[in-house]
Design a protein around this ligand. Sequence first.
Ligand SMILES: NC(=O)c1ccc[n+]([C@@H]2O[C@H](COP(=O)([O-])OP(=O)(O)OC[C@H]3O[C@@H](n4cnc5c(N)ncnc54)[C@H](OP(=O)(O)O)[C@@H]3O)[C@@H](O)[C@H]2O)c1
Length: 253
Amino acid sequence: MGSDLQGQIALVTGSSRGIGAAIAKLFAANGAAVAVHGRDAGAVAAITAQINQSGGRATPLLADLTSYDEVEDMRASVEEDLGPVDVLVANAGGSTVRPGPVEDISEDDWRLSLDTNLTSIFFTIKAFLPGMKQRGRGTIITMSSAAARRPTAQSPATYTAAKAGVEVLTKQVAIQAGPYGVRANCVAPETILTERNRQMIPEAVQEQLRLSHPVQRLGTPDDVARAALFLASEQSGWVSGVTLDIAGGSVLV
Ligand SMILES: NC(=O)c1ccc[n+]([C@@H]2O[C@H](COP(=O)([O-])OP(=O)(O)OC[C@H]3O[C@@H](n4cnc5c(N)ncnc54)[C@H](OP(=O)(O)O)[C@@H]3O)[C@@H](O)[C@H]2O)c1
């Protein structure tokens, strides 16, 4: 247990599973009261219970972040349950389409990926930033991906374009909100061994991927959570507008 976020209120979007769940647990273990968010009520309740049972403080939130009305309702709920948010981790997202030629992407697939990965983060920031600026404090962490840092022929273009948008949006927020005491940074993980990836990526492929990283292992949700804790806390008080590659040395840009 640490105390880097003692007394702070944190919302981690997409913390019903995977990377977000690891961030929510680490933030709670470091003293933050945490809002656990997702669309799957059972998964949100399970992570909330794990945090509360291990001595932390957590509250559940359900919202589809592609709807601005739901994002605003979520803000009202968290403010009622815990208070105004000091640390916002806009993590929710994920690739919604399979890789393929750009010209084969359907209009619906393009819009779904942009909504899931970029519009959702814009809506989240739009709802929470005014309060942070008014209070003169806050930290925002957004989620990109190594896929956007160095796209390959195998990367789904809808996802890489959306995540590249997240990085630029984050820089813009850092520039505009810095004078109001708000920092904004982005993290860009390479392949992370979430439960889902462990099941979906065959072991032989995991081994190939492992060897392709200068630090010869794949990342874990805790690797990303520790970087998010650094960016959320005063340890990074003079860091704003950066994209931090969490990639075992495999993204050197
Ligand atoms: N895993 C990796 O290797 C990797 C690498 C680079 C970047 N990333 C990024 O890291 C983030 C988390 O990834 P992950 O692997 O932990 O994903 P995951 O296990 O699939 O979890 C995704 C989370 O986002 C939530 N979510 C997705 N779309 C949403 C929407 N429209 N509204 C509300 N919530 C939504 C999900 O909620 P419910 O499940 O409750 O519906 C879930 O909590 C994503 O932004 C992803 O693009 C992941």
